[in-house]
Design a protein around this ligand. Structure first.
Ligand code: KIV
Length: 282
């Protein structure tokens, strides 16, 4: 069954936890889709895990469209959500609508995600009024890394928690159909999940959210620059890949690869020495 805004919202009312994973390319999107994940996020985390930047701030609209289009080609059931990169919506409500539209028209995303709460109500309203579903992202919002002074847990004091609660209410009121909550204490995330009608999708926000999201390289052990506390490693694919790359090097150097089954043969009876005689190779 295809995931839509309606099915995602219904999952909350039926207490069916929503699953979201990131993907940035066709092959991975296809595997994630075939596994039955509800939503695929083309996160601007691609700046770090795919492009090797130290944060997400350098990611461009062109990067996002390029990767979103690839993911969309691989996803047939999951809803594809594309991140709006830094400075693609902060600059104006107009820019927000135009750039959200590009992610849908050119990237074939079903929805967009943007970081921010109360301050982005006009942007969320305008995008949803343009018939583009919006997922909001509150708590530790990585595009504000310089404001926060690092990737730090947010909402630990009562005042900070109150701000995140106001953000959650504001994005719902503005028309967001779901909200990602990143790196907030579990009690706060559970409280917000209880007061909102729209589903909450947590990352580092505990088990009380209506769904969870992870970066696939983190959960597969494919990204070793740093591993946040909230990541669970479901497999060690990085080690499997490295072992296969080593086997390839060994077999290529030893001559074991390519073997008979990997090799094309000339039809019987063709003799290259006749070419030499006729001097046909010049
Ligand atoms: O960019 C991303 O992958 C994200 C998730 C961490 C939620 O925003």
């Amino acid at each position: 069954m295809k995931s839509t805004v309606a099915t995602i919202m219904k999952q909350k009312s039926e207490h069916d936890r929503i699953t979201m994973l990131t993907a940035y390319d066709y092959s991975t999107a296809k595997l994630i889709d075939q596994a039955g994940v509800d939503m695929i996020l083309v996160g601007d985390s691609l700046g770090m895990v795919m492009l090797g930047y130290e944060n997400t701030l350098s990611v461009t609209m062109e990067d996002m469209i390029h990767h979103t289009a690839a993911v969309s080609r691989g996803a047939s059931s999951a809803m594809v959500v594309a991140d709006m990169p830094f400075m693609s919506y902060q600059t104006s409500v107009y820019d927000a609508v135009v750039n959200a539209g590009r992610l849908v028209k050119d990237g074939h995303a079903h929805a967009v995600k943007l970081e921010g709460g109360e301050e982005f109500v006009p942007h969320i309203k305008a995008i949803t009024e343009a018939s583009i579903p919006v997922v909001a992202h509150i708590g530790m919002t990585p595009q504000s890394v310089n404001k926060f002074g690092g990737f730090k847990v947010q909402g630990k004091s009562l005042d900070a928690a109150a701000k995140i609660i106001r953000d959650a209410r504001a994005v719902q009121e503005a028309g967001a159909f779901a909200v990602v909550m990143e790196c907030v204490p579990d009690k706060l995330a559970e409280y917000i999940s209880g007061i909102l009608e729209i589903p909450t999708i947590g990352i580092g926000a505990g088990a009380g959210c209506d769904g969870q999201v992870l970066v696939y390289q983190d959960m597969l052990g494919m990204f070793s620059d740093f591993t946040p506390k909230f990541v669970k490693r479901f497999a060690n694919v990085g080690e499997v890949m490295k072992a296969a790359f080593k086997d390839y090097i060994y077999e290529t150097k030893s001559g074991a690869f390519p073997a008979e089954e990997n090799t094309f043969r000339m039809p019987e009876g063709i003799d290259f020495s006749t070419l030499e005689k006729e001097d046909n190779t010049k």
